[in-house]
Write a protein that binds this ligand. Structure first.
Ligand code: C5P
Length: 235
């Protein structure tokens, strides 16, 4: 069973101070699972990861690596030393690159770090797929193909839209992690997310992890918003 009971909070903040004041709103003994992405990592650096880990929270480091296998491996050796709980690469980098990423994590001591892959970004339309990437299939076929090669490379799972979970689990295995962003509790704003799903529907359909950003980070009462979403996810 891979289901993570805590919604993963996307810490999409530009500064260290914003992260600190957000986390300070939660009781100190409440251990969260947070996602640190490119903006925060590139502006503040690895220090923010160490800070969050020292508070006892779990971290998904969402840097989406995509480069030649040797470079990705070297980067993963370094990232492994941060002790994050999960990190990711682009499946488009190929099986060899994904295997190199895993090797790098292990070599850096990150045996316990889960490694997942991005299939197709949810911002990729069929037009972009066909014209820019020259992949002449449907988005779903492209996503399932990438999920299969991610599984073949021995990674733990993929980032995908909740709508794709069933297809992906059928093409891989039920233990293959599907981490799904684009989650909106009923009644909240979609923002720029096009295809959204509620926490309970995502659970129903087989998501193992949900990533939630603005419905928590921009709520008037962030702790209450988090608790409500967590409750709905685990109901
Ligand atoms: O605020 P919101 O809940 O939309 O945040 C979702 C988070 O998940 C953001 O950090 C966004 O970059 C990320 N994400 C996404 N869709 C993907 C991959 C990542 O929304 N396909």
């Amino acid at each position: 069973m891979t289901v993570e009971e805590r919604p993963v909070i996307a810490l999409d903040f530009p500064t260290y101070d914003a992260v600190k004041s957000f986390l300070a709103k939660f009781p100190a003994d409440k251990k969260l699972y947070v996602k640190i992405g490119m903006e925060l990592f590139y502006s503040v650096g690895p220090e923010v990861v160490r800070y969050v880990k020292e508070l006892g929270h779990s971290v998904f480091l969402d840097l989406k690596l995509h480069d030649i296998p040797n470079t990705v491996k070297s980067a993963m050796i370094v990232l492994a030393q941060l002790g994050v709980d999960m990190t990711n690469v682009h499946a488009a980098g190929g099986v060899e690159m994904m295997k190199a990423a895993r090797e790098g994590l292990n070599e850096g001591g990150g045996f316990a770090t889960k490694l997942i892959a991005v299939t197709q970004l949810t911002s990729t339309s069929e037009e972009i797929l066909h014209r820019d990437q020259n992949i002449q299939t449907t988005i779903q076929e492209a996503v399932v193909h990438y999920a299969k090669i991610t599984d073949e490379a021995g990674l733990d799972g993929v980032v995908c839209s909740a709508q794709e979970v069933e297809l992906i689990k059928n093409a891989t295995s039920k233990d293959f992690i599907c981490l799904t962003p684009g989650i909106r509790p009923a009644g909240s704003s979609n923002g720029d997310q096009k295809r959204v799903m509620t926490p309970s529907a995502a659970r129903e359909i087989g998501s193992d992890y949900i990533v939630v950003g603005r419905p928590i980070t921009q709520a008037a009462d962030v702790v209450e918003a988090y608790n409500e979403i967590k409750k709905e996810w685990n109901a």
